[in-house]
Design a protein around this ligand. Structure first.
Ligand SMILES: C[S@@+](CC[C@H](N)C(=O)[O-])C[C@H]1O[C@@H](n2cnc3c(N)ncnc32)[C@H](O)[C@@H]1O
Length: 246
C-alpha cells in the first residue's frame, strides 16, 4: 500500500530550489490551476457558497486564485511542509483562507470540494492517497486531483536523483509516477458515483533553462503543435485530471 511504504516521507522540500517560498509566484497563474477553475465552473453552480479544501496546497497558489474567483466560498489549505504554509499565512492575498500543517493522512472532515494538485504522482501506489481524498469529500461533492494517468494498463514508478543543485545532489527522490487509469478506477470506483479523466490543456511554451535544476519543466511541440512537457528525466509530463463525483 502506498502510505504503508511511507511514500509521503520521500517528498523532499529543497529550499534553494522550491518555487513555494517566493511570494512573486502568486502573480503567476499556472495553466493547470486555470484548468481546475474551468472544470469547477463547468461542474458546479459556483454562485452557491461552498466549503473547499486544497490538499498538498504548498504556498496556497491555487487557493489564492480560487479565493479571488469565489470570495464567497470557505477555503482551507493543508500541507505537511511547514515553511510553505508559513509563506501562505504571511501573504495578505490569502487572508480569510485557513491553513493547517498536517499530513493528509491525519486529516479528518468532509468538504464539498476537495482538490489536490501535484500530489498523487508523488506516490508510487496511488490507492491510499486517492481513497483518502475521496473520504474527505461529502456525498454529492466533487473531488479533483491531477496526475499522470495512463490509458494503457501499466503503472510506472519513478525515482530520480537531481545532481544539479549542490546541497541535495546525493538524495534519491520520487515524483511523476505514472498510474494506470485502471489502477485509479480499482482504487475508488466502487465508493463514488463517477470517475472521469480529462487532459489538462496547456498551450504555452516553457524554454529549457540550463541555469535551473534538472527537475524543472520545459516544453517542446509535437507534430500536431501540442506543447509537450518534459524535464531532465526525459519523460512526458503532461497531466490529466481525475474528476470524481462522490
Ligand atoms: C509538487 S508540490 C504541489 C504543490 C501545489 N499543490 C501545486 O500544485 O503547485 C507537492 C506538495 O505536496 C505536499 N505533500 C506531499 N506529501 C504530503 C502529505 N502526505 N501530506 C500533506 N502534504 C503533502 C508537499 O509538501 C508539497 O507542498
Amino acid at each position: 500500500m502506498g502510505n504503508a511504504m511511507g511514500d509521503e516521507e520521500k517528498y523532499l522540500a529543497v529550499p534553494e530550489n522550491t518555487p513555494y517560498l517566493d511570494t512573486a509566484r502568486y502573480s503567476m497563474f499556472k495553466e493547470d490551476h486555470k484548468n481546475i477553475i474551468r472544470v469547477l465552473r463547468d461542474k458546479i453552480d459556483t454562485k452557491i457558497p461552498l466549503h473547499l479544501v486544497d490538499v498538498g496546497c504548498a504556498n496556497g497558489e491555487l487557493l489564492y486564485h480560487l479565493h479571488r474567483e469565489f470570495p464567497h466560498w470557505r477555503m482551507d489549505g493543508i500541507d505537511f511542509t511547514e515553511d510553505y504554509i508559513l509563506t501562505a499565512r504571511n501573504f495578505r492575498g490569502l487572508l480569510g483562507v485557513n491553513f493547517q500543517v498536517a499530513s493528509l493522512f491525519d486529516v479528518n472532515g468532509k468538504w464539498d470540494v476537495v482538490l489536490s494538485t501535484g500530489v498523487v504522482e508523488i506516490f508510487s501506489d496511488p490507492t491510499d492517497v486517492l481513497r483518502k481524498l475521496v473520504s474527505l469529500t461529502r456525498a454529492g461533492g466533487l473531488m479533483i486531483a491531477d496526475g499522470r494517468f495512463n490509458e494503457v494498463d501499466m503503472d510506472v514508478r519513478l525515482q530520480f536523483r537531481d545532481r544539479s543543485p549542490p546541497s541535495r545532489s546525493q538524495e534519491w527522490r520520487t515524483d511523476w509516477n505514472l498510474h494506470a487509469q485502471r489502477t485509479v478506477l480499482e482504487a475508488i470506483e466502487k465508493q463514488v458515483r463517477s470517475v472521469t479523466f480529462q487532459d489538462v490543456e496547456m498551450n504555452i511554451d516553457i524554454p529549457r533553462d540550463p541555469a535551473k535544476p534538472a527537475a524543472h519543466t520545459w516544453t517542446f511541440r509535437d507534430e500536431a503543435g501540442r506543447a509537450l512537457q518534459t524535464n531532465g528525466a526525459w519523460i512526458l509530463k503532461n497531466k490529466q485530471l481525475v474528476i470524481v463525483e462522490c
